[in-house]
Design a protein around this ligand. Sequence first.
Ligand SMILES: [Zn+2]
Length: 402
Amino acid sequence: MIGAVLVALQLASTTPAALTVRAGDSESVVPLVETNLGAAISLERLSPLVPLTITAVGTDRFSLKIAGVDMELRDQLPFARVSGQVVPLAAAPFVVGGHLHVPFEIVSELLPRAAADRVRYNPSRAELRFTGPATTASVALIPASEATAKRAAPSRPGTRARKRRIVVDAGHGGVDNGMRGPIGASWTIYEKNITLAVAEKLDTALRSRGMDVTMTRTRDTLIALDDRGKIANEVHGDVFVSIHVNAANLAWHKPADARGYETYFLAEAKTEDAKRVERMENESVHFETNSSSEKDDPLTFIKLDMAQNEHLRESSELAEMIQQHLGTMEPGPSRGVKQAGFRVLVTAYMPAVLVEIGFGTNAEEARFINNPAKQREIANAIAAAVGEYLDHYERRLGSATP
Ligand SMILES: [Zn+2]
């Protein structure tokens, strides 16, 4: 058992970020998903180069035929049955957004061993070479309950049959006021009102650029954090943008002086300041009365986090562009692009960012973000950034798949 763990650790340390799948003259690159137990891969991504059938048996069992090898897997169980033999795995398979993910070792070790005549893995090139007939149809059957959560990727150019859809999320709402400020002033702003006002103007700005918009809320109501991402998935959003207002920690030296704008993408918080904002924005969950038990299950949280990992690079690029465009109109300072574990971003299977448009605790910034004309400028800057990001993204996809 200890031996197996050591082998697993060694593998984890040498796993590549992506796998090249090759069959004849065809090749495709499949990203790996980082987990705390090593790399995992979405099996469906191997098709059509590797003939593959996935059949869901009940809710948590999967029967696969992959390159002619029969395999059985169970969601959350670190074992595989390969050609009738039970084999322990370094980590358990899991399902995210309707996609079966398996530990990388299934592709790099188990499969080449079971189908030595048809599949070979080259670790130095991170290449899976498939030499059998590639004509077998590939079918992926996923339980209906999972299929609704299927990930929506931006459509490819040329085949785009619909407009880009941006999901605009006005932070907080209803009993959840969000932050209030400014510190020491005789007047008060509430975050939930500012975020809605900016979101409405962002809606207008995006539509004027030819994009479709879905707002997670258009009134002063509370929407559960997890539901905001689910709404985004349901409408197959291409991008998710959540609008928020920052608040200084009262324990800071001169908290009323803190100011600036920053954009976050979803990942583990790296700094104390990012952790502060993460805690603050995740607080909203306490206002949710009908919170499901699933929401409090840390495992679910981590699993969903891994699905978002697929969009990490896109999300950080989008955050970068928003930060740049805000810099053309915000009095500043730019606090930069940051990362933190925002609950509201976890459930959205698409590039997703959270923008802190300014500090409501600072009187000057509170006045700025409360000014309808300035709100329109903020909205225009974000809309321009989203448009530029999608242009970039689609160009990149276009050059990758001619
Ligand atoms: Zn907020």
